[in-house]
Write a protein that binds this ligand. Structure first.
Ligand code: SAM
Length: 226
């Protein structure tokens, strides 16, 4: 990808253009699909909300991903997808109108109340916010990325309930991701150390799991401890 194109990834118009071309690879999954995510989510995330419970889930920059639909089919029916590309919302919303589709910018979501979600999921949206010219692999970080990712992290922190979980999936190394997400105005606790979802290579996809404030034990952990 050319550096100038990487910078464009921060703009809604750029994404509208890509989603309007059905031959574009953007219309597929980014980084990893539900198959590679499944084991990670089953082991680390879903036990917090066992079958029969309905966590409030926000999908941040859901794009053309099938992840919301996969989660819905496993019983997680209370979902909100926040996307600033009107083009992709127009394509995806008819596939499941029971999901709320909000045309908002994840850096600023005033329409969403504080402390309202149990689980926030991001796959490659933090990545899109970080894409910037020659530094899109974060070898050095321009101020605009530091500001945007901090605003994003504070917004996700705000809309999660205390104890809520933020999973952020991207191709960046922990030394960069941690300081861009753990910013003033947040109090993230690591749910786990970053986990590789793809084999070692030039860009390993990792899952970062963060909790708003202290970690609450799952029901089964609490029962085991009692
Ligand atoms: C790299 S794609 C990932 C799409 C999808 N999550 C996936 O894993 O396939 C990034 C998505 O985030 C959306 N996006 C990027 N920046 C955003 C922002 N500031 N607010 C809302 N959506 C944004 C884009 O429209 C695009 O759909």
């Amino acid at each position: 990808m050319a550096d100038s194109e990487a910078a464009e990834m921060r703009n809604a118009d750029y994404w509208d253009g890509r989603y309007s071309n059905e031959d574009d690879p953007a219309t597929k999954e980014w980084h990893v699909g539900p198959d590679k995510l499944e084991g990670y989510l089953e082991e680390n995330i879903y036990p917090r909300w066992p079958q029969g419970t309905t966590p409030k889930i926000v999908q941040l920059g859901s794009g053309a991903s099938s992840v919301p639909f996969e989660m819905y089919s496993r019983g997680y029916t209370d979902q909100t997808c926040v996307e600033f590309s009107a083009a992709v919302i127009a394509q995806m919303a008819p596939k499941n109108p029971a999901i709320r589709w909000l045309p908002h910018d994840v850096r600023n979501m005033p329409e969403i109340e504080s402390n309202s979600f149990d689980f926030a999921f991001d796959k490659a949206t933090f990545y899109a916010l970080c894409a910037w010219g020659p530094t899109h692999l974060l070898k050095s970080i321009p101020p605009v990325i530091v500001e945007d990712t901090a605003a994003y992290s504070r917004e996700v922190f705000r809309i999660l309930k205390p104890g809520g979980v933020f999973v952020c999936i991207n191709i960046f190394e922990p030394r960069y991701v941690n300081h861009l997400l753990k910013v003033e105005g947040t109090n993230w606790t690591d749910l786990h150390t970053p986990m590789a979802l793809t084999p070692a290579g030039w860009a390993v996809t990792r899952a970062y799991g963060l909790v708003k404030g202290p970690i609450e034990p799952t029901d089964s952990e609490a029962a085991a401890a009692a």
